[in-house]
Design a protein around this ligand. Structure first.
Ligand code: F6P
Length: 324
């Protein structure tokens, strides 16, 4: 391999910069010329591609977001878009690509790589942690820490006013952020899309703990939960319990996607960045690199995108016990 392109695509995640840095520096280490592709697949189509060197990625390991910028390209889903992207890859003589992102990124990589016979390796980067083939995705650890910090603050005001808070966290299709932050912040209930235990479970837990005269109650709701929005939930609780609780709703939103990456995310991103370039050199393609049980794992894009990562039922059991 002589030239490798790197891009970030889909929702940004803290630690993406650390991954870019590792990819670029590993290329330099192996005498490969790295190319940064800006705005994800959109940059491939627009020929927004620049040669990089070890210095291009200085002082970025600690920054959130992505210096290569990101986009969700609709054009890349069309034949014309893919054709233009391929022409630009040929213009720069790129021998392979490292793509950093989530399942949308990998689906695009799979189709493109097959169509034009281009080796592509992926690095899982999304705060949602919803990728099969790795215990954790780059960005998840930072995001849950951001959520826990925010929920701790909400706890202060909830306690001061004896309030019940419904807190919506990100996770369109996955409840990992909700479950981890719910356990870590000591929430009363956690509602997630993978395991719909219904509002009755929430009612039952509120009724049970109301005997304990708790001064605050926090309910963490993943945005993809099937019981309606956090506002719907608030209404349902009011219908059931009348004015027994003073309720409030907080939607944490995009604050969860930003911020300095945690140590765990920086180390994970750095490891995966090195392994991704080495994987391309070893002739690997059409697959994602991840870490499971502390070991490097390679997972076909097909499997990484189609197979849902399992929600850890044990964590839900723990959450139920300790919120009694
Ligand atoms: O990055 C994943 C995610 O955070 C989802 O949990 C969320 O639904 C989505 O991105 C929102 O992203 P955007 O606002 O960029 O469309």
């Amino acid at each position: 391999m002589e030239r490798i392109g790197v891009l970030t695509s889909g929702g940004d995640a803290p630690g993406m910069n650390a991954a870019i840095r590792a990819v670029v520096r590993t290329c330099v280490y192996y005498n490969i010329t790295p190319y940064g592709i800006y705005q994800g697949y959109e940059g491939l189509i627009q020929n927004d591609i620049k040669k990089m060197d070890a210095g291009s990625v200085k002082h970025i390991i600690h920054q959130g977001g992505t210096v290569l910028k990101s986009a969700r390209s609709l054009d890349f889903k069309t034949d014309e878009g893919m054709q233009k992207a391929w022409e630009n890859i040929q213009k720069h003589n790129l021998d392979g690509l490292v793509v950093i992102g989530g399942d949308g990124t990998f689906t695009g990589a799979m189709e493109f790589g097959e169509k034009f016979d281009l080796p592509i390796v992926g690095i899982p980067g999304t705060i949602d942690n919803d990728i099969y083939g790795t215990d954790f995705t780059v960005g998840f650890d930072t995001a849950v820490n951001t959520v826990v910090e925010a929920v701790d603050k909400i706890r202060d005001t909830a306690t001061s006013h004896n309030r019940l808070f419904f807190i919506e966290v990100m996770g369109r299709d996955a409840g990992f952020i909700a479950v981890y932050s719910g356990i870590a912040a000591g929430s009363e209930e956690i509602l997630i899309p993978e395991e719909d235990r219904g509002v009755e479970k929430l009612f039952e837990s509120l009724a049970r703990t109301s005997k304990r005269n708790k001064s605050s109650r926090l309910v963490i709701v993943a945005e993809g939960d099937n019981n309606g929005s956090v506002y719907d939930l608030e209404e349902k609780v009011k219908d059931e319990f009348g004015d027994r609780y003073e309720t409030k709703v907080t939607i944490l939103g995009h604050v969860q996607r930003g911020g300095r990456p945690s140590c765990a995310d920086r180390v994970l991103a750095s490891r995966l960045g090195v392994i991704a370039v080495e994987a391309l050199q070893d002739g690997k393609r059409d697959m994602m690199v991840g870490i499971r049980d502390r070991e490097i794992r390679y997972t076909d894009f097909e499997k990484a995108t189609k197979q849902n990562p399992k929600m850890d039922k044990e964590l839900l059991r723990i959450a139920d016990i300790i919120s009694i």
